[in-house]
Design a protein around this ligand. Structure first.
Ligand SMILES: Nc1ncnc2c1ncn2[C@@H]1O[C@H](COP(=O)(O)OP(=O)(O)OP(=O)(O)O)[C@@H](O)[C@H]1O
Ligand code: SF4
Ligand SMILES: [Mg+2]
Length: 367
């Protein structure tokens, strides 16, 4: 997804592109949940808005039930909207203050014409009860509710049409810490009860830890690491994931008297209009070498359910001195083309393959 940057002159020409989301690939299993984590501006909301087709993508494809959502016309999108819903970050601005809770939660039923008019109210009351609100309060307005309650209204609205995929865009970051856990527990219960798949967007790794068995880490429009919970929290290989993790309080380590060493990231996130060449993280990476500026690291599968995009992938303290990717990409250790090498096809689909590149033996192994 590239957004055009327009000139300020009278004739508004396109003078550049914001490369908001650039060639990311992941899979959300039916009934499962994937956490999408990264700093502000890395493209998380854009990803969520693409999946719910609030944005029209400028390229790529998004498969849902065998259909490419990216290519559906507005008319073809209507049935999809029943299955894919979104919970928004800010419960204060995402609810129309002039509408009652009943009309907010019931609106999707009216638009999609799925139940007779006289059945809308009972369904709204049922949903309010599901999310822990008083069903008798359907006639009240959003300003009569607290932040946590408003987010419950947003959740009820997202559930109205029995969706199969919910994109939750930082659903708790605007709430008090004490309320965050309640809302996360509610979402977890709903997922179990209704088997809804979740794309759960969050700022930091702590929030998604208990919710998502699988986590993807984004940086400046790219996925830099993706894997199951154990791989990400205990065997992170990307320097950026390691830095994010070092900011997460670790109760187990604290219990044995230890502290995780905090890795501080230097500098700011570069502009997505003109991202760094090669690896986009290189301007802030303490391991960066020549190859990182010349060649983009591929998202390489390194374990059954673990992929990482780094030339020097390695667990903390075990980053190798020479690039692990050079041989695969047919370049030398500095990233210049190696005429004697043969490039391997390292691209994988959105999920995981049954064979991967083992960093220890530097060979492809199979399950
Ligand atoms: N409609 C738009 N037009 C132009 N640029 C946009 C638009 N929407 C987002 N962007 C840019 O795309 C990049 C990604 O934005 P996005 O909102 O997806 O980030 P985010 O990861 O959700 O950040 P946050 O954590 O702050 O919500 C940012 O640089 C943003 O400025
Ligand atoms: S590819 Fe290079 S710059 Fe990018 S994360 Fe790995 S070591 Fe750092
Ligand atoms: Mg966002």
């Amino acid at each position: 997804m590239y957004f055009p940057v327009k000139s300020s002159s009278l004739i508004r020409r396109t003078i550049g592109w914001v490369q908001a989301v650039d060639g990311i690939s992941f899979q959300v299993p039916e009934g499962g949940s994937l956490g999408l984590v990264g700093e502000s501006g890395c493209g998380k909301s854009t990803t969520g808005r693409l999946i719910t087709r609030l944005y029209d993508p400028t390229g790529g494809s998004m498969m849902f039930d065998g259909h490419d959502i990216a290519k559906l016309s507005p008319k073809e999108l209507k049935p999809l909207r029943r299955h894919v819903q979104m919970i928004f970050q800010d419960p204060y601005t995402s609810l129309n203050p002039r509408h009652t809770v009943g009309s907010i939660v019931g609106a999707p039923l009216a638009v999609h014409n799925v139940v007779p008019r006289d059945k809308i109210l009972p369904r709204v009351q049922e949903l309010l009860e599901v999310v822990g609100l008083n069903p008798e309060h359907y006639n009240r307005y959003p300003n009569e509710f607290s932040g946590g309650q408003r987010q419950r209204i947003g959740i009820a609205r997202a559930l109205t049409l029995n969706p199969r995929l919910l994109v939750a865009d930082e659903p708790v970051s605007a709430l008090d810490v004490s309320i965050q856990a309640q809302v996360i527990n509610l979402l977890q219960d709903l997922q179990k009860e209704f088997g809804i798949a979740f794309l759960f967007i969050a700022h930091d790794l702590a929030v998604v830890r208990h919710f998502c068995p699988e986590v993807a880490v984004m940086y400046l429009g790219k996925i830099v690491e993706i894997g199951d919970r154990d791989s990400i929290y205990h065997h992170a290989h990307h320097p950026y994931t390691q830095a994010l993790l070092s900011a997460v309080p670790d109760v187990r380590q604290a219990a044995i008297g230890g502290r995780r060493e905090r890795i501080r990231l230097e500098g700011d996130v570069p502009s997505p209009i003109n991202p760094p060449s090669g690896c986009r993280f290189r301007t802030r990476c303490s391991y960066a070498q020549e190859i990182c500026a010349k060649v983009e690291p591929p998202l390489l599968q390194i374990a059954p359910r673990h992929k990482v995009a780094c030339h020097f992938a390695g667990e903390l303290g075990a980053h190798p001195a020479t690039p692990v990717t050079a041989g695969l990409l047919a370049v030398d250790d500095q990233g210049s083309p190696d005429p004697s090498g043969t490039a391997s096809d390292v691209t994988t689909g959105p999920g995981y393959d049954d064979h991967w590149y083992d960093l220890q033996t530097k060979s492809t192994v199979s399950a």
